[in-house]
Ligand binder design. Structure first.
Ligand code: PLP
Length: 412
């Protein structure tokens, strides 16, 4: 493959997913490589929100709960996400945030393993998961412990002491992918339960929770599912556990008959038991448009293109930017790399700021990591070429040394 821009344009012309890009609103002149943090906006999201606001809210008012199907949105969208992650349609629910959902599921998992006291997690995981587990253990006050291990010897820590393993399938910094079947099987062999965090998996690569026999899972709506800023998250609980444990935030939406307004709590006997209260309908409406689009795309094609984009990014970086001190921290091997490439660099923050000013948008993760998300529904091959040429220009011309790139903003 000759490394010239025309090669990349040619890949775009023959890309079977190329028509999806037109279904997004993307600003002119921007190379957006941050869909792993906030997915781009589907064009139809605007129409959907417009209808939700001016008709369903303004005109139909409270009747919308029935007539416009608001009440069923969490299970209806959950059933759609189920198809993306290999679950049954009655095992997935859209609700709350990833962290809150993890709290609910870990609590159930600990109740299902009353004689065990340890939650095993990856120490370098996206911190909110670990903070939430620590908060749960403190709250329970029953002598539980959150234990941390890292990738190099994670499996060795899955012992018969462990109640639940809670692991993010694709690492948020490096993009490393864990083998879901292998880890789940090992976990079950040790008599423990398995909870997967799919924040960087759902919509990015094929996932089959059913085949892996996973017990629980959580994931994000606003990353690869393009659900919009702060979109509700999803959770999965295998049907076999639903009547054996209940989650602790037992609000009225999780009651067996919410509109009976009974004096005492009675858990819903299906996935609705994992809700708590009234859901954000405008956000659910936006999220559904992202999911509907994702369901029309072939996940095998998405994965193939994602791997190709990543391979090309890495090849171009070593061709054009080898002398500038970037170290690849993502796996070189595409099959164990998620839909992003990440490099560490001692001046990573300032370089990323300079790139963003040049309208090449990735993000920065402390202490020194530059992440570039690759989202096959709208990232083009030419974007990868142009991004690496942009990185080279920022380094050649030392643009990142401008002092205004040195100060940290609150969101990096
Ligand atoms: C993005 C992400 C989250 C986000 O959690 P919120 O509760 O939505 O803020 C959680 N875990 C992982 C692994 C993530 O990548």
């Amino acid at each position: 493959m000759p490394l010239i821009r025309e090669t990349f344009l040619a890949h775009d012309s023959s890309d079977p997913l190329r028509s999806f890009r037109d279904e997004f609103i993307l600003p002119d002149g921007v190379i957006y490589l941050d869909g792993n943090s906030l997915g781009a906006m589907p064009r139809v999201a605007r129409q959907r929100i417009e209808t939700l606001v001016s008709k369903e809210w303004a005109q139909d008012l409270i009747t919308s709960w029935n007539t416009n199907g608001w009440f069923d949105l969490p299970t209806r969208i959950g059933a759609k996400i189920a198809r993306l992650i290999g679950a049954r349609d009655d095992e997935v629910l859209v609700t709350d945030s990833t962290g809150i959902n993890l709290y609910k599921l870990l609590s159930m998992a600990l109740d299902l393993r009353p004689d065990r006291k340890v939650i095993l997690m990856e120490g370098s995981n996206f911190p909110t998961d670990n903070y939430i587990a620590q908060g749960l253990v403190r709250q329970l006050g029953r002598g539980h412990e959150v234990r941390f291990a890292e990738r190099d010897n994670f499996a060795a820590h899955i012992t018969p002491e462990i109640a639940v393993v809670a692991l993010t399938q694709v690492h948020y910094k490096t993009g490393h992918v864990y083998d879901m079947n292998e880890i789940t099987e090992r976990t079950h062999k040790a008599g423990a339960l398995m909870c997967w965090d799919l924040c960087h998996s759902a919509g990015a690569l094929p996932v089959d929770l059913g085949a892996a026999k996973a017990d629980f899972a959580v994931g994000c709506g606003y990353k690869y599912l393009n659900g919009g800023p702060g979109a509700p998250a999803f959770l999965y609980a295998a049907k076999r556990h639903l009547d054996k444990a209940i989650q602790p935030l037992t609000g009225w939406w999780s009651h067996d008959d919410p509109f009976a307004f009974e004096h005492d709590y009675r858990p819903a006997r299906d996935i609705r038991q994992l809700m708590s209260g009234t859901q954000p309908i405008l956000s659910l409406g936006a999220l559904e448009t992202g999911i509907d689009m994702m369901l029309r795309a072939d996940m095998t094609l998405i994965r193939e293109k994602s791997m190709a984009l990543g391979d090309m990014f890495i090849a171009l970086m070593s061709e054009y930017c080898a002398e500038y001190g970037f170290s690849l921290i993502s796996p070189k091997e595409a099959t164990i790399r998620g839909s992003q490439v990440a490099f560490s660099h001692p001046h990573g923050y300032a370089i990323m700021k300079a790139l963003i000013e040049a309208r090449i948008i990735g993000d920065f993760r402390a202490p020194d990591i530059m992440r570039f998300g690759l989202t096959p529904l709208y990232t083009r091959y030419q974007d990868v070429w142009d991004a690496v040429q942009g990185i080279k220009a920022v380094m050649d011309r030392k643009l990142w040394q401008n002092p205004r790139f040195a100060t940290r903003e609150s969101v990096t």
